[in-house]
Design a protein around this ligand. Structure first.
Ligand SMILES: C[S@@+](CC[C@H](N)C(=O)[O-])C[C@H]1O[C@@H](n2cnc3c(N)ncnc32)[C@H](O)[C@@H]1O
Length: 209
């Protein structure tokens, strides 16, 4: 699993998630970030060029995969904003309470081991009124698609190194002490090709209450 998860998968993910449709959505999401920002599940750094240096005072990125961190090195060196990379996982963020104005996850909550614990940590490190920005693929609203997502989830978890097709992420965020106004709308995403019906996307801005 080491060669696959740390070398082949990061390379394949960059190819798959570098699609213009995904990049456009990343840009729209990241453009909303301001102040002291934390990004969880930074991957190889595809979001980095979109941080606005006139709005973002500092950026901290957390990523547990050594392979992803290796791939991110070039992006980090060319960062448009002051950035520090901290190895670690979203379930145990090594930061003080209320120390960020914005926390951002891009296609990450599908892959974390304990999404409830990560959301509790996001809420802890955000100041009251701070924004949690997310772009995630989620459990479909459509029962027929949901059945396929549930059937194929065990395969996806292996191929996608822990990625799940069946997380109702917007609802989990709303239940974790955030105000989601409005609730995000699901959209199909062409970038996932044949998988697009299994990976509807939601983009949300949740306020920490
Ligand atoms: C699909 S990739 C997305 C990467 C990047 N955010 C992007 O938009 O390209 C998911 C990322 O979440 C990371 N990840 C997995 N489990 C995690 C955890 N518990 N905490 C933080 N990041 C995690 C993976 O290593 C991977 O880099």
């Amino acid at each position: 699993m080491g060669l696959y998860s740390e070398t082949i998968f990061p390379w394949a993910l960059d190819k798959a998630l570098g699609h213009p449709n995904i990049m456009r959505r990343r840009q729209a999401l990241v453009g909303q970030a301001s102040g002291a920002v934390l990004e969880i599940g930074f991957g190889s750094g595809a979001t980095l060029p979109f941080y606005d240096p006139t709005k973002v005072t500092s950026l901290t990125v957390v990523e547990p995969s050594a392979g992803m961190n290796r791939r991110a090195a070039a992006q980090l060196a060319a960062s448009p904003v002051p950035v520090r990379s901290v190895p670690g996982a979203g379930e145990a963020l090594p930061f003080a309470d209320a120390s960020f104005d914005t926390v951002l996850c891009c296609l990450t909550l599908c892959s974390v081991s304990d999404v409830g614990q990560v959301l509790a940590q996001v809420r802890r490190v955000l100041r009251p009124g701070g924004a949690f920005l997310f772009l995630e693929h989620v459990l479909s609203d459509d029962p027929a698609r949901q059945r396929w997502q549930q059937r194929l989830n065990p395969v996806q978890r292996v191929v996608g190194v822990g990625c799940n097709l069946n997380r109702p992420t917007a609802q989990l965020v709303a239940a974790a002490g955030f105000r989601l106004d409005p609730l995000p709308v699901q959209e199909e995403e062409r970038a996932f090709g044949a998988l697009k019906k299994l990976t509807p996307l939601v983009t949300g801005c949740a306020i920490r209450v």
